[in-house]
Design a protein. Structure first.
Length: 196
């Protein structure tokens, strides 16, 4: 099954007449009983209020990826890669499993290469105690190899803390930075092709 494109809100220009940054929100966990869909939904609800982004939710659980890497890309692989290509920025929603990120996320990341180049990436992580920070540090290395710009600020969620779910300021700060980098790199790619 291929995931439908979902938009948190319609595309509109901001006060400066600049089109919002096309931002893919990639939900990386495919486990049954996962919390990724809830954390991703929580983030999208808050991010939808931000003027600078146009969101496309890319939930890996909705893609029927092959168990083995085939000689030729399957339909779901091609669909995922085309959505990476269309995006100008990425928010990766990842859990932390045993101090790492899920294999499903690495599998999907590796389906694309050029499509990631010269675009910003930020992270929403979740877990207990470390709040997914170990997973994010590993993903920074992976995305550096793909010629992206990873942002310093991230949003980290402790899934065991039920006292507060208000990380609005952290979301806003991260999206402000993502929008800045998204616009800067959009302009740079328009002036000259990126050389890998």
């Amino acid at each position: 099954m291929t995931a439908p494109q979902t938009r948190a809100r319609p595309v509109s220009a901001d006060g400066n007449g600049t089109a919002p940054i096309r931002t893919a929100v990639i939900i990386g966990s495919t486990r049954q009983g996962r919390r990724g869909d809830r954390v991703g939904g929580w983030f999208v609800e808050r991010a939808a209020r931000h003027d600078g982004v146009d969101l496309d939710v890319v939930d890996l659980a909705c893609f029927d990826f092959p168990g083995h890497y085939p000689r030729e890309a399957t339909g779901p692989m091609a669909e995922f890669t085309s959505r990476v290509a269309r995006a100008e920025a990425f928010v990766v929603v990842t859990p932390e499993y045993n101090r790492g990120y899920p294999a499903s996320l690495k599998q999907a990341i590796d389906y694309a290469y050029d499509e990631w180049h010269a675009k910003p990436v930020c992270f929403v992580s979740y877990g207990h105690r470390s709040e997914g920070r170990y997973a994010v540090e590993q993903l920074r290395t992976v995305f550096t190899e793909l010629h992206t710009v990873t942002l310093r600020n991230s949003v980290n969620v402790n899934i065991m803390d039920t006292t507060s779910d208000d990380d609005g300021p952290a979301v806003d700060c991260m999206l402000d930075q993502l929008t800045w980098w998204g616009l800067a790199l959009r302009e740079a790619r328009a002036v000259r092709p990126y050389v890998a």
